[in-house]
Design a binder for this molecule. Structure first.
Ligand code: AMP
Length: 286
């Protein structure tokens, strides 16, 4: 595996591979790798000839109040883990390479009512995501890009970005990888210790409670949400939101059963803001 820092060097490396007809995958990340990241790399390795992993802690997508400087960073450890997955190129540009001083353009996906992660604070969060993902797609020119279901709304926004702007890239969304107690893996879990780490599993317990309610025949979204909230409050966790929305439009739903429904939750646990989700499939489909 080689580590590349500049767009110019990336082009030099990838152009001949593309000319030879090799397929290229991109796995965009902010580093501090865990098994969730590694599962995306493994899927990319299985499907394409050249696997590029980008490692860029994107200042533009940080929320007010989250400390960019405190975000976990471990490039040497990340490089070793990526190499072990058979990644070909680790693209780790400096902030100035991505956002030079004369950078002024923003890519915003419009039209979508913005509940969940798009609610206060910060629809700008997704503008930061869509701008950097557009840049990474233009830098790498991937045939396929891999994202995690853990960030379900991000995946939906990126699918819309690609559709609306006719970007020639296939988006593949992979399942959420979890710790043994159910906690969705996240680089931000590094902020958790002791009691907070134990309480953090409440998010996935709440999602399991929602699944169980639906499996038991409950169709009313408010009743399912209430059972999930009850599971959260057993651990003293107050959700920022816990909502049942359409997997298609992300608009709130009143009932489950007719189409797939995303149950999405965000909560602050100690110093960490955590998100998680599950899908309740239409008519009990698995
Ligand atoms: P991040 O480094 O947090 O920006 O995440 C990089 C990619 O990994 C994104 O597409 C995330 O959705 C994905 N990801 C993060 N956590 C998980 C997880 N637990 N399971 C699967 N994918 C994940």
């Amino acid at each position: 595996m080689i580590t590349i820092r500049t767009v110019a060097d990336l082009r030099v490396e990838l152009a001949p591979r593309r000319q030879q007809g090799h397929s290229i995958a991109l796995v965009p990340t902010m580093g501090a790798f865990h098994d969730g990241h590694l599962s995306l790399m493994r899927a990319a390795r299985q499907q394409t000839d050249v696997v590029v992993v980008s490692l860029f802690v994107n200042p533009a997508q940080f929320r007010p109040g989250e400390d960019l400087a405190a975000y976990p960073r471990n490039e040497a450890g990340d490089a070793a883990q990526a190499a072990a997955q058979g990644v070909d190129i680790l693209f780790a540009p400096a902030a100035e390479e991505v956002y030079p001083p004369d950078f002024h353009t923003e890519v915003r996906v419009g039209g979508r009512p913005a509940p969940l992660e798009g609610a206060a604070p910060g629809p700008e969060h997704f503008d930061g995501v869509t701008t950097v993902v557009t840049k990474l797609f233009n830098m790498v020119g991937p045939d396929v890009a891999f994202f995690g279901q853990k960030d379900a709304q991000q995946a939906a926004v990126i699918r819309k970005l690609v559709r609306d702007l006719d970007m020639p890239v296939r988006i593949e969304v992979r399942p959420t990888i979890r710790e043994p107690d159910g906690l969705a893996m996240s680089s931000r879990n590094a902020y958790l210790d002791g009691v907070d780490r134990e309480r953090a599993a409440a998010l996935s317990r709440a999602l399991r409670a929602a699944e169980a309610a639906a499996a038991g025949g409950e169709r009313d979204a408010a009743a399912i949400a209430a059972q999930a909230r009850a599971a959260l409050s057993e651990d003293g966790v107050e959700p920022e939101y816990l909502e049942l929305v359409s997997t298609d439009t992300l608009a709130p739903v009143q009932e489950v059963g007719e189409s797939d429904v995303l149950v999405a939750v965000a909560a602050r646990v100690g110093p960490a803001r955590l998100i998680d989700n599950t899908i309740i499939h239409a008519n009990g489909r698995q």
